[in-house]
Design a protein around this ligand. Sequence first.
Ligand SMILES: *[C@@H]1O[C@H](CO)[C@@H](O)[C@H](O)[C@H]1NC(C)=O
Ligand SMILES: *[C@@H]1O[C@H](CO)[C@@H](O)[C@H](O)[C@H]1NC(C)=O
Ligand SMILES: *[C@@H]1O[C@H](CO)[C@@H](O)[C@H](O)[C@H]1NC(C)=O
Ligand SMILES: *[C@@H]1O[C@H](CO)[C@@H](O)[C@H](O)[C@H]1NC(C)=O
Length: 445
Amino acid sequence: MRLWICVVCCVLAVTGERYKPDWKSLDARPLPKWYDEAKFGLFVHWGVFSVPAFGSEWFWWNWLGALNPAYIGFMLKNYPPGFTYAEFAPQFNAQFFEPDVWAEVFEASGAKYVVFTTKHHEGFTNWGSPTSWNWNSVDNGPHRDLVGELGAAIRNRSLHYGLYHSLYEWFNPLYLKDKESGFKTQEFVYSKTLPELIDLVKRYNPELIWSDGDWEAPDTYWNSTDFLAWLYNDSPVKDVIVVNDRWGNGTYCKHGGYYNCADKFTPSTMPEHKWEKCNSIDTYSWGYRRNMKLSDLMDLPTIIKDLVFTVAYGGNYLLNIGPTSDGMIPAVFEERLRGIGAWLKVNGEAIYATTPWRVQQENATVPVWYTSKGTTVYAIFHTRPKQYSFELFSPVTSDTTVVTLLGSPEPLKWAPLHSSGLILLLPELPYTPAGAWTIKLNGVA
Ligand SMILES: *[C@@H]1O[C@H](CO)[C@@H](O)[C@H](O)[C@H]1NC(C)=O
Ligand SMILES: *[C@@H]1O[C@H](CO)[C@@H](O)[C@H](O)[C@H]1NC(C)=O
Ligand SMILES: *[C@@H]1O[C@H](CO)[C@@H](O)[C@H](O)[C@H]1NC(C)=O
Ligand SMILES: *[C@@H]1O[C@H](CO)[C@@H](O)[C@H](O)[C@H]1NC(C)=O
C-alpha cells in the first residue's frame, strides 16, 4: 500500500502540472514559504558606480544620458578631459573585500536574506559573465568573482541568497539597436540578457531574483514568461526560487512573484498580494556616495518603524546599503545594521514568521502596530508613554490571556475594557536606541 502511494505520488510529480509561459499560469504559482517567513532582508548595491561614488548609482546616466550639469561639472573639475566611464572600472579594486566580514555584519542585523547586484544598469557584471567581455569583475576591476564569493559567505551563515539583475543596459549598443527598432528585434535579449540570467541561475542557485530595468520594453521583448516558465519548471532552483514583479513595462504590481511596485512602496491599506518594501539607509542613493551626510540617512528608530509598518501590512522589508569600491561597509551603515539586529534579538518573535492581524494599526495610549501568530498578538509601539497605564482597544481578551513585554520576564497586570480592549500596567521601559517596544498578548482574539 505504501509503495503504491509512493508510485502514485512519483507519477503525479513527473506528469504534474507544468507552468505555461503566460502570466495566468505563472501568477498562480504559490510563493515558496521561506520568503514570507523571512520578513527582513538586505539589499547591496555595488558596482563601477561605487568608484566615482558621487550623486547616486545612476552616475553614468546622469553624466552622459541626462547630461545633468552637477555630474558634468564633477567630471570637468576632477578628471582629465576625455576620461570615460569605462576608466573607472580598474579602480573598482575591492582590496578590503572580505566576504565573511560582510556576511557576519549581515547575520548580526537579523536579516534572513541578502540581495546582491550582479549587474546594474551600467552593464558591468560582478561575476565572470562570458557574454560581458572585459566589462566584468573577473577580467577587470577586482579580478574576483564577487557574486560567487559573497554567495558562499552568506550561505555559510545560513542566510538566503538573492540576485539583483537589470534587464536593460543604458548604453549597450545591442540594446540601443533593439530600442531603435521599437523592440521588434531581440538581439540583445537573446545574446545578452537571457544567457546571463540562465548563467546566473545555473552557477549560483539563487533563491531570489530581483529583476529591474524592465520598463522601457514590453515583457514580450524580454521573453520574461518563457524565462520564468523555465525557472519554475526546469531550473535547479525551481522549488525555492522567489521573484519580484519587474518583468516588462506595466508588469510591476501586477505580475510575477511578490510585488515591489515602486521603489520605497508605502501602501496605505493592506495589499492583497505579498509585497516587499525596498528602502535605502542613504535616502538619496542606493550605491555608496562619498558626498553623503549624516542628515541624509535614516536613523535607527526610523528604520525600525518602517520595518514594523511593513510587516504589520503583510510586506517584507528589504533595506539597502552601498559598500565602498574598496570593499568596506561604511561604519555608519554597519552601526545601523547591528542596531536593528540588537532590537530583533529581543523583539524578533513579533516580526519573523508572523502574519498580519485583523487590525494593522491603532492609536491607543500611543500609536501601535499589530502582528500575530495564531492566538498570540503583538502590539509594537515607538513612543514612550507618559504614564504606566496603557490601553489597547482592539484585542478581545479572555480569562486565560497573558500579557508580557518582550525582553521582560514578569507577566503584566491587566484588566479588560468594555467588550474589547484592555488596560495594562507597563513596567519601566528599558532603554533601547531603536526606540520601540513590544507587548505580547497570549490568547486573545
Ligand atoms: C563560516 O561561518 C563561520 C561562522 O559561523 C566563520 O567562522 C567562518 O569563517 C565562515 N567560513 C567562511 C568560508 O566564510
Ligand atoms: C510604459 O508603458 C506606459 C503605458 O502603459 C507608457 O505610458 C510608458 O511610456 C512606458 N514607459 C516607458 C519608459 O517606455
Ligand atoms: C523566447 O521566445 C521565443 C518565441 O517568441 C521562443 O522560441 C524562445 O524559445 C523563447 N525563450 C528563450 C529562453 O529564448
Ligand atoms: C493614528 O494617528 C495618525 C496620526 O494622526 C493617523 O495618520 C492615523 O491614520 C491614525 N490611525 C488610525 C487607525 O486612526
